[in-house]
Design a protein around this ligand. Sequence first.
Ligand code: SAH
Ligand code: SF4
Length: 391
Amino acid sequence: MGITNHAKNFAPPSTDVDGKRNVIGLSLDELTAALGAHGLEKFRAKQVWSWIYFHGLTDFSKMNNLAKPARDKLADHFVIARPTVTQDQKSDDGTRKWLLKMTDGQEVECVHIPETDRGALCVSSQVGCTLTCRFCHTGTQRLVRNLEASEILMQVMLARDALNEWPSTKETRLLSNIVMMGMGEPLFNYENVAKALRIVMHGEGIAISKRRITLSTSGVVPMIKRCGDELDVNLAVSLHAVTDELRDKIVPINRMYPIKDLLQACRDYPGASNTRRITFEYVMLKGVNDSPVDAKQLVRLLRGIPAKINLIPFNAWPGAPFECSDRATIEKFGAIINDAGYAIPVRTPRGRDIMAACGQLKSSSVRISAAERAAIDKIIAEKEQAQGLNR
Ligand code: SAH
Ligand code: SF4
């Protein structure tokens, strides 16, 4: 399936509420036009923008630099929406996971990973994922659709609400970084992701800089350059294997865009430099991709690319066909990478106890057992057929 067809086939629904237009997710130009249609001047749109994205208001009546009739008019026609929180879980390590329900009842997960004086929000780009990476729980979810720009953005807004981090100037911020590493493949929903991120970066609103935003892709090669040219965010690439033979199996999009093409796109990534490296994610799967030979080949492959390597201990989920490499193996693998001049590369798993760690996200609260493996395989086969990845 082509990328354009993908956007059409998995299009999201509107996020309007009770016939009122949701203003979240409109660009400033769109907001200006929408308000203009109700007789509100251009500068009003700027004021509303600031109330929404800088102060985090969800209530037009509190916008006190607007006259009462203007506020009433806004409330009659528009809404500043948030998704419904259906679950709010906190891990022992402080990681927090929200299960969020959208207007059509579909659910996505969003995870906040706090550090002492900063923190990252792991944002979803799709309900489920069209792809079927074998180690990823999200990949086993049958139901898939793209998220609308507003639905992506509302995850950030909701996390800011929950962390009480409005207005945007607040000194200490636990939501300082955004990682597009939740459910879904962001480059298969590029338009919506781009629109949401542009609003996140807007200087008179949420104002999180592009340097603090990382987009992770499994390797949608034709979209990588565009992402760099237009958004200039940090890039992370889910490599996970050093031969096409293995990557074809565990990251099936490799059958469409093999390692050589993927690495060329990384070499060409606009804005990549030694001060701004591309992160290569590598999940450690016991006996599958974790040998010293793999480590040496990884170093060889990345030669000449400004790279950081992130080894991710495999996070298990019920029915998963892999185990995590043991500690000594990960350390040995890491040492080879260290010797080649890369910084300490092991990512500490966060939020495993609430299934919030990388690759554990799945909207359904029903967990699939090993006995249901066949059902999972069937889902995977169907999804790969839809993608044209069957072989
Ligand atoms: N779809 C995008 C972003 C979401 S996944 C992508 O694949 O890059 C974020 C990261 O978690 C990816 O590197 C993904 O490969 C990794 N991941 C998926 N399942 C995992 C698991 N069970 N354990 C550890 N990492 C996993
Ligand atoms: Fe999708 Fe990323 Fe999971 Fe692969 S690893 S199935 S691309 S979310």
